[in-house]
Design a protein around this ligand. Structure first.
Ligand SMILES: CCCCCCCCCCC/C=C/C(=O)SCCNC(=O)CCNC(=O)[C@H](O)C(C)(C)COP(=O)(O)OP(=O)(O)OC[C@H]1O[C@@H](n2cnc3c(N)ncnc32)[C@H](O)[C@@H]1OP(=O)(O)O
Length: 290
């Protein structure tokens, strides 16, 4: 992931680079983890770029780096917003790494699911303004990342799709994926889309309200910066309290049922029938390629 931003850099470890202006003030700070890059310039707006080829799957390692990066930005008082995008052509994120859910131990599933929860709790509950610049396809967990942001701008290419397609894999989106979806598009659209495991091409996703606007791909980052400026024009405390008011019930629900949710996931994913569905899905992906 690639994370970049400006202001007062607080990133202690890793591949840190800090530019110094003549007065000794940091111009920018870049913390290049291996799976995402992050930069924070003077504007106080960080850009986080996923860079985990081939398709930015959300592996345990990726999720861990994502959560740590969010925590660092959240704790950096100079950072007020983050734009999330991908360095890979055509893919925002392919969602949870299916190989993390196949043929592994119960301990591994537990650790993996806790990391998925952690990422969502941090992103959905962030005090920062979060804008997703969706520059490619974004199924399932990738859609969750985008939906957890405050605003979604998608490249207008109809070949790019987004949605919670879990049902197509023979698995079930957990209640907090569903809650996030309902909060974005409303109950009826969420219900139909979830039951059918629909992946919506960008124009349809826009019509449904799953993404807020479509722009030509080359204008995506420029537009994300403009939207960010608009959101940051308001006082942080008023915006943050409003965001909390809108999202708290859904966040609290997972916090209250976190261990139960992990148990459900581990039990569900360990079933031979589910393992078989996931294996068949992976085989289908490979066959489709050849
Ligand atoms: C009672 C209730 C209890 C509830 C308990 C909980 C239940 C479990 C909930 C789990 C929720 C799951 C969420 C998810 O996110 S699951 C993942 C869903 N993702 C997908 O369906 C996307 C699949 N991928 C694609 O459609 C395409 O790859 C994509 C459009 C993203 C890109 O297409 P492209 O043609 O560019 O690339 P390839 O298809 O050739 O893929 C390249 C290689 O990457 C591998 N790949 C793709 N996606 C994944 C993935 N998500 N995880 C792991 N690996 C992935 C693909 O197989 C190719 O590999 P090879 O190069 O080795 O062939």
């Amino acid at each position: 992931m690639l994370l970049s931003g400006s202001g007062k850099p607080q990133f202690g470890e890793g591949n840190r680079e800090v530019g110094e202006a003549p007065l000794g003030r940091p111009v920018w700070a870049a913390v290049g983890g291996s799976l995402m890059s992050l930069c924070l310039p003077f504007t106080g707006v960080a850009t986080m770029k996923f860079k985990s080829p081939p398709v930015n799957s959300l592996s345990l390692e990726f999720l861990t780096e994502f959560s740590i990066s969010l925590e660092k930005l959240e704790n950096n008082r100079a950072c007020r917003g983050v734009i999330i995008t991908s360095t890979l052509p055509k893919i925002f994120s392919s969602g949870l790494d299916i190989t993390e859910m196949c043929g592994k131990s119960m301990e591994h599933y537990t650790e993996f699911w806790r990391a998925v929860q952690e990422m969502w709790l941090r992103l959905y509950g962030s005090n920062m303004v979060t804008v997703a610049a969706v520059n490619g396809s974004s199924p399932a967990g990738g859609c969750l990342v985008a939906m957890s942001c405050d605003y979604r701008i998608m490249a207008e290419n109809p070949k790019f799709s987004i949605g919670l397609n879990e049902a197509q894999l023979g698995i079930v989106a957990p209640f907090w994926f569903k809650d996030t979806f309902v909060n974005v598009v409303g109950h009826r659209i969420a219900e139909r889309s979830l039951q059918l495991g629909s992946l919506h091409p960008a124009p349809e996703a826009h019509k449904l309200g799953l993404v807020d606007e479509l722009v030509p791909e080359e204008k995506l980052m420029e537009r994300a910066a403009a939207v960010m400026a608009q959101w940051l024009a308001l006082p942080d405390h008023a915006r943050q309290l409003t965001k909390t008011m809108m999202r708290k019930a859904v966040l609290d629900r997972l916090v209250a049922h976190r261990e139960e949710d992990i148990k459900n996931f581990v039990t569900f994913v360990s079933k031979e029938s589910i393992q078989k569905s996931l294996r068949m899905y992976m085989e289908m992906l490979k066959k489709r390629k050849s």
